[in-house]
Design a protein around this ligand. Structure first.
Ligand code: BGC
Length: 271
């Protein structure tokens, strides 16, 4: 069986579980611990180590991060401690876990999992996977190929960042009804539609389980809109998919694992 461990670091919680990467499902109920506050790198690394240890896991670990990740280096930190900015986090994680580690953006991971096993499976054309949680994450695909680190949650909407207007947390903090929140989401989706003309929006994050409460109120969007099939587990599954490349399997096309060595460049033709 193809098995890797997936860890999804979020602004609020850190979740992990071993994953059957061929079937795209968790092999064990996930463990969720609170993200330490402040979420400084050392404190988060400790929690990640704790989760991996509690499963007695040995082997490759895929980790997601809620910010831009380029070649394993975390470049931004909108919803976590600023100590993550320009940190070689993949290397630190590998040292802390004594294991090979891949590191990717959280929404990119969730998007890859949805495209492979969930609501985007087999879908060609332009697909936008959005996660509504502490922030808004985005993963843009064309014919199944990911454009990493798109960060569409930071587009400006009504004079502020979209994620400060329409994230899952904003709905809770401002006590918005599902209908009121759906109204904000509609504006956001129409804006994205104007820019990218996707044929499909996949709505992920915790809210995906409550799709029946808000999707009927999302209006005037041309593209099809569906909830994520893997719900909040998509990040864990996507993280494990990225780590699968460390097992010597062919990496998924265009999935930046954060490993700048052979595992990530195996697809390149020999010179
Ligand atoms: C971050 C993204 C992340 C999203 C969801 C945003 O604030 O900039 O990188 O994907 O939150 O966690």
């Amino acid at each position: 069986m193809d098995t890797c461990f997936g860890i999804d670091i979020g602004g609020t919680g850190i979740k992990g579980a071993p994953v059957d990467t061929a079937a795209g499902r968790l092999l064990h109920e996930r463990l969720r611990l609170l993200t330490p506050q402040p979420s400084a790198p050392e404190a988060v690394l400790e929690v990640v180590g704790d989760i991996v240890t509690r499963f007695s896991w040995r082997g490759p670990v895929g980790v997601t991060f809620p910010g831009v990740v380029v070649d394993g280096v975390t470049r931004t930190a909108a919803n976590v401690d600023r100590g993550w900015i320009d940190l070689d986090a993949r290397r630190l994680l590998a040292e802390a876990l004594h294991a090979p580690v891949t590191l990717v953006n959280d929404a990119d991971a969730a998007g890859m999992a949805e495209m492979r096993f969930g609501a985007g499976r087999g879908r060609r054309g332009t697909v936008l996977v959005l996660t509504f949680g502490t922030g808004i994450g985005s993963a843009l695909f064309h014919n199944g190929v990911l454009v990493p680190n798109t960060e569409f949650g930071h587009l400006e909407l009504h004079g502020r960042k979209a994620e400060h207007h329409a994230s899952g947390n904003v709905r809770e903090e401002h006590d918005l009804s599902w209908e009121q929140w759906a109204h904000r989401v509609s504006h956001y989706l129409r804006y994205l539609e104007m820019l990218f003309s996707p044929s499909l929006f996949v709505i992920g994050g915790g809210v995906s389980k409550k799709a029946d409460k808000f999707l009927p109120h999302v209006r005037h969007v041309r593209a099809e809109i569906v909830p994520a099939a893997l719900h909040n587990d998509a990040g864990i599954v996507g993280a494990a998919l990225a780590a699968q490349a460390l097992r010597g399997d062919a990496p998924l096309p265009q999935f930046p694992t954060g490993v700048p060595d052979a595992a990530n460049s195996r697809e390149s033709p020999e010179p």
